[in-house]
Design a protein around this ligand. Sequence first.
Ligand SMILES: [Zn+2]
Ligand SMILES: [Zn+2]
Length: 88
Amino acid sequence: MKTLQPCGTNAAYHRHRAHGEAPCTACKQAHTTDQNARNQRRAADPAAADRAGHGNASTYVNYRCRCTPCCDAAARRQREFRKRRTAS
Ligand SMILES: [Zn+2]
Ligand SMILES: [Zn+2]
């Protein structure tokens, strides 16, 4: 049997989620750190944004792409969020 990763690791964070639990603080922290490292790696590789495709808000956020199509998509999504918030 595989030994489970202890709390405070990204694996434990996903285990919480898989069990439908709210991740504990240590796991949340580990997940944020992991996410930041991942984003930094992606931001350091412009080809990754090309592979993800431009004109997507997710490429703007995840890959920190600031090309015109990605900026447009991010601005569009921002407007959508605002519309939804004022509608409710
Ligand atoms: Zn935990
Ligand atoms: Zn782009």
